[in-house]
Ligand binder design. Structure first.
Ligand SMILES: [Mg+2]
Length: 407
């Protein structure tokens, strides 16, 4: 482990959750036809059509049936297997409903397949296990589906924890597993597992590693740099980091229509408080402008800070009234910033975002605006920006300066 990695690990212990719906297609089919519950059934092509199984119920799995298996073979293993034609529009609907529950809890939701997502819950004070239990019960009561969750300090370990949790709960019914790996126990958790359970190691790499005598993740973690170089080059070093349970990848919300954000990477690290505040204000103004342009109201303000060693923090706050005003965004962003920045600490990147967006029209009559005057003023400001360019009007500290640095 390098010195930078040690520093980064100490600075920031994240709470990352991987959620996976249990036998998703089959669970939805059971909602559509409750008589399927407890039976060995599968969604997939009929035997005569040389189809394959796309999802099978837990009772079917006890016979050795699994997804991607040819239907004929599945029927030989389990002659009473009931074959169901898939209802894909229903799966999409159930997936969307589940993701909406998650997005209500945090804007940091990264959906990685129809029934899987990563969540960054670092900002919630509750323990990972409590959050996971809460999500599990919400998804069960609101969508009617069982799910399993892995909790760890990073995506890699959370995902593997979830896989392990599920396979440790093989009972013929949905596992509904929750497996938590406490911070600093990542490497110890991974060490005894077969090396092909390391996320990203395909069958080819696994076979190659086995030939070299590496069978567990711990074996891989124990290899020296020179060995990694010889056999895998640069890729070896990232494999080794993963084998030791280190993964700095962020949870990224790809379909980011649910949030609007702006960030700036400084050409030289900035430690001057005034300049940092002015940057926050400028970024807040831009976010506000975008919200109004796209006719959204937001409920959550988020900031992102990157230190010179590239470690990155995000903090967010949800306000009790929807907003689109620059000053509200700035005040919230400044509060978040002051919560983590220490005087003279150099900053490499600053970002401000607004999340939990809703269309402006929906909410317009529902809340008493505390700042109609400000709204009119901002409308005028936006019109001027439209006509003369975005940098013409800057507030506060930037107001008197003639030019501002470009991002
Ligand atoms: Mg699943």
């Amino acid at each position: 482990m390098t010195a930078a990695e040690t520093r980064e690990d100490k600075k920031r212990i994240r709470k990352i959750i991987h959620i996976d719906l249990d036998a998703f297609f089959c669970a939805v089919e059971e909602l559509l036809d409750p008589s399927l519950a407890g039976k060995a059934f599968a969604v997939g092509g009929a035997a005569g059509e040389r189809g394959v199984i796309s999802s099978c119920s837990y009772p079917a799995r006890r016979f050795g049936v699994h997804s991607a298996m040819p239907t004929g073979q599945a029927l030989r293993l389990c002659p009473e297997l009931i074959l169901v034609h898939g209802h894909y529009a229903e799966y999409q609907k159930a997936s969307r409903k589940t993701m909406e529950i998650l997005e209500d809890m945090t804007p940091l939701v990264e959906q990685i397949s129809i029934d899987e997502a990563f969540l960054d819950m670092t900002d919630l004070p509750e323990s990972g296990r409590v959050i996971a239990l809460y999500i599990q019960s919400m998804v069960k009561t609101k969508v009617g589906l069982p799910c399993s969750l892995g909790v760890a300090s990073n995506k890699l370990v959370a995902k593997i924890a979830n896989n392990r949790g599920k396979s440790e709960n093989r009972t013929g019914s949905p596992p509904c597993a929750i497996k938590v790996i406490p911070p600093s126990e990542e490497a110890a958790f991974l060490a005894p597992l077969p090396v092909d359970e390391l996320w990203g190691i395909g069958p080819k790499t696994a076979a190659h590693l086995n030939k070299l005598g590496i069978t567990t993740i711990g074996d891989l973690a124990a290899q020296a740099d020179a060995w990694l170089d010889t056999h895998f080059g640069d890729y070896g070093h990232s494999l080794s980091r993963h084998a030791r349970g280190i993964d700095h990848r962020e949870v990224v919300n790809f379909h980011d229509t649910k949030s609007i954000s702006n960030e700036v990477t400084f050409s030289q690290d900035v430690h001057d408080e005034q300049e940092l505040h002015a940057t926050l204000r400028r970024l807040s103004d831009k976010v506000g402008s975008r919200l109004r342009e796209d006719r959204f109201l937001a409920s959550t303000v988020r900031i992102k800070i990157r230190w010179p060693d590239f470690s990155t923090f995000t903090r967010q706050v949800t306000l009790d009234e929807p907003f689109d005003q620059d000053s509200i965004i700035f005040e919230a962003a400044l509060g978040l910033f002051n919560g983590i920045w220490q005087k003279d600490q150099p900053v490499r990147l600053l970002g401000v975002g607004a999340g939990n967006l809703q269309a402006f029209a929906v909410q317009m009559n529902l809340w008493e605006t505390r700042s109609d005057r400000e709204r009119r003023l901002l409308k005028a400001v936006d019109e001027i920006r439209d006509r003369f360019g975005k940098d013409v009007i800057q507030r506060g500290t930037r107001l008197t300066k003639k030019s501002t640095p470009k991002e």
